[in-house]
Unconditional design. Structure first.
Length: 111
């Protein structure tokens, strides 16, 4: 892990998961129950395969997600959030509520 630029917990958290894609992958696992590489690629934001592979590896290294063989296909993997990853649920819900209130024309998946 790289050195911290400050002891601020907000800065440290953003250094770990504050890039353009990581929280969206966590969102997909948490709220849309996506588990497989191909499922993440179907998200409307259009993540590229190399960035997706990199971020899934990062989530594993951070202990936020774990991968397991999918079905009987040893080369295909599925990804699930760990307890640590699930602990981000209130954070993502708060971001979602803020977006719904403050950014016009945003909707939840059910709308």
């Amino acid at each position: 892990m790289q050195s911290r630029r400050s002891p601020c917990p907000i800065a440290c958290t953003l250094d770990l998961i504050g890039d353009r894609w990581t929280l969206l992958i966590i969102r997909d696992m948490m709220f849309f129950h996506k588990q497989r590489f191909e499922e993440f690629l179907d998200s409307p934001e259009g993540i590229s395969t190399n960035i997706l592979a990199n971020r899934l590896k990062l989530l594993e290294e951070l202990g936020l997600a774990e991968k397991q063989p999918y079905s009987n296909h040893s080369r295909r993997m599925s990804y699930q959030l760990t307890e640590k990853g699930q602990s981000l649920r209130p954070v993502l819900k708060t971001i979602m509520v803020w977006g719904l209130r403050q950014i016009p024309e945003t909707t939840t998946p059910d709308e």
